[in-house]
Design a protein around this ligand. Structure first.
Ligand code: FB9
Length: 389
C-alpha cells in the first residue's frame, strides 16, 4: 500500500482514509522490472540503491585477471648461471649457458664488525678538538673520590645542598679516606672557616671528617683540583691546558635527558693574567669547532668560580637557543691555598657528552643512548660523527 501510494499509483480522498482512489491506468512495477533486468545480468544503476535498501540484492566485488603468455613465457624455467664453475669448464657446457645480469644494486654480505658507540664517536671528536687546541688529558680513572677533592678544595662549603646524599652517592665502604695532604688541608680549612687571600671565607666550623667522606665523584672538576694542586707544587710555575672527559655520578631523578651518571667534559687553562675575555675567547674557539658559532653568555653561580657564565648557542636544527655548558674563573680561595703564584688565574668550562650526542644523532631519550636499555640498532645504524672534521 505504502509503496503504491509512494509510486502515485493510488491516492486517498481528503478526510476519508478508507476510500482508495486509482491514480493510474497501468502501474509499471519498477521494482519488478529492475529485478528482471538483474536476472538477465543487466544492472540499472539508479535502482540498485533502492534494491539494496530493501535487502533484495547484495553487492559482491569480484576481481578477474586474464593471464596471457608473456614474451619470456617458457614451460621449463631456464636457470641463469651466476658463476662459471670448474664443472662447466670441464664439461664445456659453459658455451650455451645463459648468465644472470649483474645486480649492481645488490647489498654486500653484512659483515659482522664491531660498532663504535655514538658516545665514543663524539668523545673522540671532542678529544681531537681539545688536543688540537693544545690541551692534554687529565687522568680520570678514579670514580671514587674524597669529599675533600670533590668539594672542599673547590671552596664548596660543607653545608652546601649538593653535598648531601640527595645529590651525591656517598660510599658505605670504604666510607672515609686517610690520604689527604695535611698542610694543604689546613689551608683549606682556614679559608673555609675564616677566609684569607682577600676573602672573608664562610665563617663556619669546618670538619675534617666531613672532608674525609668517600663518594662517587659528582664532576671531573674533582680531577682538576688534584691536577692544579699538583701543578702548584711544581716550581717554577708552568702554564697548562688540561681537559677531562669521563663519567660522573649524581643522585638525580632519571628522566628523558638525565641519568644518575653522565660524561663530564671539562677544559681548563691555568696561566698568569687570564681574564674573562680569555674565557669567552676559548669558549668561542672550542664551540665553533663543534659547529656552534652564535654563542650567548648568561651570568651564573658556581661555589668554585666567580664570575661564572652559562653558555648558550642558537641551534639551527632545533630553531632555539640551547644551553651548551657552564664556565667560570676558579676562585682565589680555591687556587691560592694550593700554592699557585699570585696573578695566576684559571679559566674553565664544562659540558656533558650525552647532550651533544643526543642532539647530533637525533636521540630523544637518553635511555636509548646509555645504560641497560640501549637500543643496539641505533648504535649499529649511527653514522660516523663529523664534528670538527
Ligand atoms: O652539555 C650541556 N649542553 C649541551 C652541550 C652541547 C650540545 O651540543 C649540541 C650539538 C649541539 C648541546 C647541549 N649542558 C651541560 C647544558 C644542559 O644540558 C644542562 O641542563 C645539563 N648539564 C649537565 C649537568 O646536569 C646536572 C650539562 C652537564 C654539565 C653542566 C655543567 C658542567 C658540566 C656538565 C660544568 C662545569 C664547570 C663550570 C665551571 C668550571 C668548570 C666546570
Amino acid at each position: 500500500m505504502k509503496a503504491a501510494a509512494k509510486n502515485r499509483w493510488i491516492g486517498f480522498e481528503k478526510g476519508n482514509k478508507e476510500l482508495v482512489l486509482r491514480k493510474v491506468e497501468d502501474a509499471k512495477d519498477e521494482l519488478q522490472a529492475q529485478l528482471k533486468m538483474l536476472e538477465n545480468g543487466e544492472v540499472c544503476v539508479e535502482g540498485v540503491h533502492d534494491l539494496k535498501r530493501r535487502k533484495l540484492v547484495t553487492k559482491e566485488k569480484s576481481i578477474w585477471y586474464s593471464l596471457q603468455k608473456g614474451p619470456e613465457f617458457v614451460t621449463k624455467r631456464k636457470i641463469l648461471a651466476t658463476d662459471v664453475t670448474r664443472e662447466h669448464l670441464k664439461s664445456g657446457d659453459w658455451k650455451d649457458l645463459e648468465f644472470k645480469d649483474y645486480n649492481y644494486g645488490a647489498h654486500g654480505q653484512p659483515i659482522a664488525i664491531g660498532y663504535v658507540h655514538s658516545l665514543l664517536e663524539v668523545r673522540e671528536a671532542i678529544q681531537n678538538i681539545l688536543l688540537e687546541m693544545g690541551f692534554s688529558e687529565m687522568p680520570t680513572n678514579m670514580f671514587v673520590e674524597s669529599s675533600f677533592w670533590n668539594f672542599d678544595a673547590l671552596f664548596q662549603p660543607q653545608q652546601h645542598p649538593a653535598r648531601d646524599s640527595h645529590d651525591t652517592f656517598f660510599l658505605r665502604a670504604p666510607a672515609t679516606t686517610t690520604q689527604l695532604p695535611d698542610d694543604y688541608l689546613e689551608k683549606v680549612k682556614q679559608v673555609h672557616q675564616s677566609g684569607g687571600y682577600g676573602s672573608k671565607g664562610y665563617g663556619y666550623d669546618w670538619k675534617r671528617d666531613e672532608a674525609e667522606k668517600n663518594l662517587l665523584r659528582t664532576h671531573t672538576t674533582a680531577v682538576s683540583t688534584r691536577m692544579l694542586y699538583k701543578l702548584a707544587q711544581e716550581k717554577p710555575f708552568a702554564p697548562k691546558r688540561y681537559y677531562s672527559i669521563d663519567r660522573v655520578f649524581r643522585n638525580e631523578a632519571v628522566d628523558r635527558t638525565h641519568l644518575a651518571e653522565f660524561h663530564h667534559i671539562e677544559g681548563l687553562i691555568c696561566d698568569y693574567g687570564l681574564t674573562l675575555g680569555d674565557l669567552i675567547g676559548v669558549l668561542e674557539d672550542f664551540f665553533s669547532r663543534l659547529g656552534m658559532s652564535k654563542l650567548r653568555f648568561k651570568p651564573a653561580y658556581n661555589p668554585y668560580t666567580e664570575p661564572s657564565m652559562e653558555v648558550f648557542s642558537y641551534h639551527e636544527g632545533l630553531k632555539k637557543w640551547v644551553e651548551i655548558g657552564n664556565s667560570g674563573m676558579f676562585r682565589p680561595e680555591m687556587l691560592l691555598p694550593m700554592g699557585l703564584p699570585e696573578g695566576v688565574n684559571v679559566i674553565a668550562w664544562g659540558l656533558s657528552l650525552e647532550r651533544p650526542t643526543m642532539i647530533l644523532y637525533g636521540i630523544d631519550n637518553i635511555r636509548d643512548l646509555f645504560g641497560p636499555k640501549v637500543d643496539f640498532n641505533l648504535i649499529k645504524n649511527s653514522p660516523i660523527c663529523r664534528l670538527g672534521l
